[in-house]
Write a protein that binds this ligand. Structure first.
Ligand SMILES: Cc1cc2nc3c(=O)[nH]c(=O)nc-3n(C[C@H](O)[C@H](O)[C@H](O)COP(=O)(O)OP(=O)(O)OC[C@H]3O[C@@H](n4cnc5c(N)ncnc54)[C@H](O)[C@@H]3O)c2cc1C
Length: 389
């Protein structure tokens, strides 16, 4: 038996609401935990801001999260709380008299540890806990080598994924929301920055499920068909820019997968090839999470132990010039300034700017990883760590 609960044997007690604990799955469509909760009766939707751990959301991600929660709270009676989820969730479940708590699983070390504590605490109180996969195409343990081990090489991992079908996405369920009177506004979480540095981001992005849907429509049309020819040119708007939406779970990877696959079926053979390349990027995302799950120290320790004793030149001024886009190398500086203004950077430029910091300026990769963590709207523990490693 793994750390998470499977379908619970007990059924919610008549008339009592259940709790849907939103995490990085800020959407109503294709949300397996929500669908299961809705099938049982009235649902209280809850979000808990946990920002005391090792990797609390960075500045740009906090802005995005604020906007995404505001968008969600405009559609459902979302309860927002702040604190350590291991205590807050069971306490709220007790106060609200809920019969069961539903959530979609997470795969980062701190999240896994926390969820185990929450589950044990709920069970102790006689409250059911049920969890689902709402975040990945395949959970990290579903893809394994022929001897049941984890993968270290992407191509072999991708081959193993290709043998598994991707389940079709589900619709948004009909939900009987159970209002909770003492609801604080999303503002009370203090996520929105005091200074308006995010103005340039507001023009570019629409956080939330509806924004993700709009972006996905573009991907299913133009982007997927031309992805192969455009994705390597940073000056072109040739990639999906779905990464923050995927990170916050405003759209499921299954939804993206099937939307792009449908586009391939409707287009010419050349477009089908292009879509295959796009789908491969979603498998990179899976691979990052597979690595983090099996190597939980990925964000902090070198994947290759050879580098554990490497003598980095830790020079704050060199790092500052890189961060501000003042190295004098145009493509590096352009990328770093794009990151600062938009919260996003093209993949190829992330690779160039990252390699430049590590291999040319000889700064510790973790200083770059931390800067990206603070400035990317799509800052994602697994993808960022894997990118830097
Ligand atoms: C140093 C470095 C740091 C990175 N940090 C992050 C991060 O914090 N968050 C993040 O989401 N991605 C990160 N990436 C991966 C990649 O750069 C972004 O996912 C991509 O640029 C997002 O743009 P897009 O949505 O237009 O991607 P598309 O090309 O349209 O790809 C579609 C989706 O596939 C996934 N994807 C694409 N490329 C990768 C990749 N190389 N690894 C993992 N998943 C991928 C993303 O979810 C993306 O939204 C990093 C890469 C590097 C080299």
């Amino acid at each position: 038996m793994r750390w998470h609960s499977r379908a619970s044997e007990r059924r919610p007690k008549e008339g009592r609401p259940s709790l849907l604990w939103f995490r990085q799955d800020l959407r109503l469509a294709d949300n397996p935990a929500l669908a299961a909760a809705a099938a049982q009766g009235p649902v209280i939707p809850l979000y808990v801001l946990e920002d005391n751990g090792a990797w609390p959301p960075g500045g740009a991600a906090r802005w995005w999260l604020h906007e995404s929660l505001v968008a969600l709270a405009a559609r459902i009676p979302l309860v927002v709380l702040h604190g350590a989820a291991a205590e807050v969730v069971p306490a709220f479940a007790r106060t609200a008299g809920t019969s069961a708590v539903y959530w979609n699983r997470r795969y980062d070390p701190a999240g896994i540890a926390c969820d185990k504590v929450v589950e044990a605490s709920l069970k102790n109180d006689g409250v059911d806990a049920e969890s689902f996969n709402g975040r990945l195409l395949f959970e990290p343990w579903e893809i394994s080598t022929s001897i049941g081990g984890s993968f270290k090489v992407f191509t072999a991992f991708a081959r193993a994924c290709a043998e598994k079908p991707v389940r079709p996405p589900g619709e948004a369920p009909r939900v009987r929301w159970h209002g909770w009177e003492e609801r604080a506004p999303v503002d009370s979480l203090g996520l929105k920055p005091q200074v308006g540095w995010y103005a340039s981001m507001e023009k570019l992005w629409q956080p939330g499920e509806l924004g993700a849907k709009k972006r996905l429509r573009r991907v299913a049309g133009d982007v997927a068909a031309h992805y192969k020819n455009r994705r390597d040119f940073p000056a072109m708007d040739g990639t999906s820019r779905l990464s923050p939406h995927l990170h916050f779970g405003e759209v499921s990877p299954q939804t993206v997968w099937h939307a792009a696959s449908r586009a391939a079926a409707e287009e010419k053979a050349s477009a089908a090839q292009s879509v295959q390349q796009f789908l491969r990027q979603l498998i990179w995302r899976e691979f990052s999470w597979h690595l983090l799950y099996h190597f939980p120290a990925l964000p902090e320790k070198p994947w290759n132990p050879k580098f554990a004793r490497f003598h980095w030149r830790s020079d704050p001024e060199t790092l500052r010039l890189w961060q501000k886009g003042l190295t004098g190398y145009p493509i590096v500086d352009a990328g770093m300034r794009q990151l600062w203004r938009t919260g996003w950077m093209h993949n190829r430029v992330r690779m160039i700017a990252g390699s430049f910091l590590v291999k040319h300026l000889l700064q510790d990769w973790r200083s770059g990883e931390e800067w990206f963590w603070d400035t990317l709207v799509d800052a994602d523990l697994a993808n960022n760590a894997a990118g830097w490693q």
